[in-house]
Design a protein around this ligand. Structure first.
Ligand code: AMP
Length: 504
């Protein structure tokens, strides 16, 4: 079905002979050379090939499909105010509103010196402003599947002139249960078109999707997915569920970390953990799919300004965010999907900076750790953790007086079993059934409040808080230090393992 792309000798945008309007936008963004996925995909998409790309966020894949797509759409560029002169020519589908918003912002930045219009539609927002935009005419439509179907049914979006379709984060779309919606949307499109599919993995389902909808696609895989940066110091600690928060407190203090991401596997676990940590005196905020857009923006802003020290998040929520290079990443839960491990820890240790990735491994995680071991091709050795006197034993101590607040109650109601209820984030995919009322993005969007379409927070990389802000101690430095000594019950003392992943 496919042939593989050979490594291209191209690496500079100037070799592509893009239109001046696009080259100027690329130069404005400060891109000097192409990333591997760009070097391989752009020339082929310019030739009109279907492409199946294994690439995750962070590889530069958005420009890899947007730039050639824009270049090819330039022949339709016009300044007419008539909507009929601006039919939808390219459709970009993504699983979440954050990703849709982020990709639309990127496309707008690449198209800023052209007359090509781009807009984004996703659920949870009033349809009216989106309808107005669609009725004005737009060449590139970025959308989540559920909301797009709403617009198709309302006859706001007419797709019979679509020449390009991009299925971005296709694995996530299938995970969430969007397959019936995707099939339906694709049935509205002209058969004669270019189709591009990007996915973190090429699972059998993805291959099936590709063989149904792509024609003789070129397969491109970029190496990043299995590689962990050598600048990331990785540790796997054997910790029982009840001791994980205690371990987190201790490592934050020992390492004098300023900020960190804490990853969990479920929305429920995310909210619970953030609440518990906040009660224990850590400046924490949660980021998961049930948060409103407004809450997410506030959480991100606070984290970027250094007002929040810990961001507890799920993979899906974190995936759409362009926050990079945090000092440390904790895997409070071991991810169900080994590739998510690579993705999570890729948030730290960027650009030559050293980073720390700590994973808490409980007894039931053996298989998941084995999967990670296979993926990163590095032997993982579990380390024991010895709790020190001056870090709070969360189980025994309960809530902590952090110097700012006094908590009257004892051990928190989430003292046990954080992982309860953890389940892979799968939507209600029911084979072949088109469950309109329960479409995943509608469910997720229930509490979504409208916000300005532009979201500069998603565009800016993480920057450490300003000096004055950074000078203030993170919350774990300020917490009281009750003199409690304990060793986690499931830990064999003194089984210390020194440097891990020397070869990583
Ligand atoms: P993406 O994987 O498309 O989400 O891109 C990840 C980040 O890389 C975004 O912030 C892009 O602006 C940036 N980026 C994309 N291509 C390049 C490039 N050739 N040079 C430098 N940065 C890039």
């Amino acid at each position: 079905m496919t042939d593989s792309a050979t490594e291209s000798a191209l690496d500079s945008f100037s070799q592509l002979q893009l239109a001046a309007s696009l080259s100027r936008a690329v130069a404005d963004l400060g891109y000097e050379s192409m990333t591997p996925i760009q070097a391989q995909a752009i020339p082929k998409v310019l030739q009109g090939r279907d492409v199946m790309g294994a690439a995750q966020t962070g590889t530069g894949k958005t420009a890899a499909f947007s730039l050639p797509l824009l270049q090819r759409l330039l022949k339709h560029e016009n300044a007419s105010t008539s909507p009929a002169r601006h039919p939808v020519r390219a459709l970009v589908l993504l699983p979440t509103r954050e990703l849709a918003d982020q990709v639309a912002q990127a496309i707008k930045a690449y198209a800023k010196y052209t007359q090509i219009r781009c807009t984004v539609v996703f659920g949870g927002m009033d349809m009216k402003p989106q309808t107005l935009e669609l009725k004005r005419g737009v060449e590139i439509l970025v959308a989540t599947p559920g909301r797009l179907l709403d617009h198709i049914e309302a006859k706001n979006a007419v797709l019979n002139q679509v020449e390009y379709v991009v299925l971005d984060e296709a694995d996530r779309m299938l995970d969430i249960g969007f397959l019936p919606d995707l099939q339906r949307i694709l049935s509205f499109l002209p058969k004669q078109r270019t189709t591009l599919l990007f996915s973190a993995t090429f699972s059998p389902e993805i291959k099936r999707l590709a063989s149904s909808y792509l024609q003789d696609p070129l397969t491109i895989e970029v190496a990043r997915s299995n590689a962990t940066a050598s600048t990331v110091e990785q540790h796997f600690y054997s910790v029982g569920d009840d001791d994980k928060r205690h371990a987190l407190h201790q490592i934050l203090k020992q390492r004098q970390l300023k900020q960190a991401f804490v990853f969990v596997n479920s929305k429920l676990g995310c909210a619970r953990l953030a609440r518990s940590l906040e009660r224990e005196g850590l400046n924490t905020t949660a980021l998961h799919g049930d948060k409103s857009q407004d809450e997410r923006l506030k959480a991100l802003d606070a984290f970027k300004k250094g007002e929040v020290d810990l961001l507890v998040c799920t993979d899906v929520a974190a995936r759409g965010l362009d926050i990079k290079d945090v000092p440390a990443v904790f895997n409070f839960d071991i991810p169900f999907n080994a590739e998510d491990y690579v993705h999570r820890i890729g948030r730290t240790g960027r650009a030559g900076q050293s980073g720390l990735a700590v994973s808490f491994v409980s007894k039931s995680d053996a298989r998941l750790v084995g999967d990670i071991e296979k993926l990163i091709k590095t032997k993982i050795e579990l380390e024991a953790i010895e709790f020190e006197e001056d870090t709070p034993d969360i189980r025994k101590q309960g809530r902590i007086n952090d110097g700012r607040r006094m908590y009257a109650q004892g051990a928190g109601d989430e003292g046990r079993g954080f992982n309860q209820g953890s389940a892979p984030q799968r939507g209600p995919h029911r084979d072949g059934q088109h469950a309109r009322a329960e479409r995943p993005d509608r469910r997720e969007d229930k509490r979504f409040t409208p916000s300005a379409p532009s979201d500069p927070l998603f565009d800016r990389p993480y920057e450490p808080p300003a000096l004055a802000e950074a000078a203030t101690l993170p919350s774990w430095e300020a917490t009281a230090r009750p003199s409690v000594r304990s060793i986690s019950a499931n830990i064999k003392p003194k089984r210390r393992v020194a440097a891990l992943f020397k070869s990583a």
